[in-house]
Design a protein around this ligand. Structure first.
Ligand code: NAD
Length: 334
């Protein structure tokens, strides 16, 4: 079956996902496009045979020939589009965040639970990355014994001037929050944020930061977030267990040896590092959408990640370990 997709939001990642759906993956057709910027929409529909422009996201969701929705607009707009898509009973892929407040996330959860089956997949693409999957499989195989500590690092060469200190938690750390919940299959119960002497290249930014998270089963997670480290986009993760460790390998395909030095490439940016993970997350989404449902990271995962981010922002201000309190998990997400 070909899933007829309507895309809301044609910015940086929206355009990349449209490329993915139209040029990379089988089983999808982009038939509808909407954005508050009509010029962007016009430029997109001109390139895609059969795609139509819609004046609002709601009109796009309601269109009879749209089977499934991709939301890639700004975070604060996600809740309204999600609620509309759930009301229409259409599967929806929502880029992270699910919504920008816990209350909004819970409204999405309530709507999906009332609908009675999953419709929402959230864009935590690391769960579809081959290296992360092998890491998780290794942990669950028991090869390193019971997992005790997970150490991660998220390093960006630089960030735009619009990037704020809280975005290091809400936009960047959020991916490792989701990875930690997924690797341990447990919730985060508390988070502390510490910052060393600041990187002088970061201006007034609190950068780098160091996050320490408590997992429900007693394991600990540490994450370095450095967003002005000026060498490459470097994503690291290592699980330490009772009898061994497993870590993400360097992602370069070859090692160059020359003049007494062995060197490998480090990805330039998130697109290079995770390009195949995005492809895989959309393969999974399309397969589930063709069945009228959703798979992978759920609305619950979006809510739980948001709750940890909120606690992280509080922790950065208080200097204390801030607790994470979640509502009881509905059966739909067990
Ligand atoms: N999973 C990831 O790794 C990842 C990476 C990048 C971005 N994102 C997420 O994707 C979303 C978009 O990010 P981006 O970098 O593409 O941003 P962007 O600013 O490049 O694009 C956002 C687009 O949304 C449009 N828009 C804004 N309000 C709208 C509305 N009410 N209705 C329809 N369109 C509207 C804007 O005009 C713009 O074209 C964000 O939520 C971001 O967090 C996720």
């Amino acid at each position: 079956m070909t899933v007829k997709v309507g895309v809301i939001g044609t910015g940086m990642i929206g355009l990349d996902h449209i490329r993915r759906l139209t040029e990379v993956l089988a089983g999808a057709r982009v038939v509808a496009v909407s954005d508050i910027n009509p010029e962007r929409v016009a430029a997109v529909v001109e390139r895609i045979p059969g795609a139509r422009a819609y004046p609002t996201g709601e009109a796009l969701i309601d269109a009879a020939d749209v089977d499934a929705i991709l939301i890639a607009s700004w975070g604060p707009t996600h809740e309204a589009y999600l609620l509309h898509a759930i009301k229409a009973g259409k599967p929806v892929f929502c880029e992270k965040p699910l919504a920008t407040t816990q209350e909004a996330c819970l409204r999405v959860i309530d709507a999906e639970v009332a609908h009675g089956k999953r419709l929402v997949q959230v864009g935590f693409m690391r769960r579809f990355d081959h290296a992360y999957r092998v890491l998780k499989d290794t942990v669950t195989s028991g090869a390193i014994g019971a997992p005790l500590l997970y150490h991660a690092a998220h390093r960006n060469p630089s960030v735009p001037d619009t990037y704020t200190s809280d975005m290091a938690i809400i936009d960047t750390l959020v991916h490792d929050i989701d990875v930690a919940r997924w690797l341990f299959d447990e919730e985060v119960t508390g988070i502390a944020i510490r910052a060393p002497r600041a990187n002088s290249k970061g201006g007034i930014l609190r950068d780098p930061i160091f996050a320490l998270m408590d997992m429900a089963g007693g394991a600990l997670v540490t994450v370095e977030v450095s967003v002005n480290i000026d060498y490459a986009y470097d994503i690291r993760g290592e699980m330490s267990g009772e009898s061994g460790t497993v870590e993400l390998a360097e992602s370069n395909a070859v090692v160059v040896k020359s003049k007494g030095v062995a060197a490998g490439r480090v990805p330039a940016d998130w697109r290079e590092r995770f390009i195949t993970a995005y492809d895989e997350e959309f393969r999974a989404w399309l397969a589930a959408a063709a069945q009228g449902t959703a798979t992978g990271p759920s609305a619950w995962d979006g809510y739980a990640a948001q709750a940890v981010c909120d606690a992280g922002v509080r922790a950065a201000a208080s200097g204390e370990i801030e607790p994470v309190r979640l509502r009881e998990r509905p059966g739909l997400y067990q």
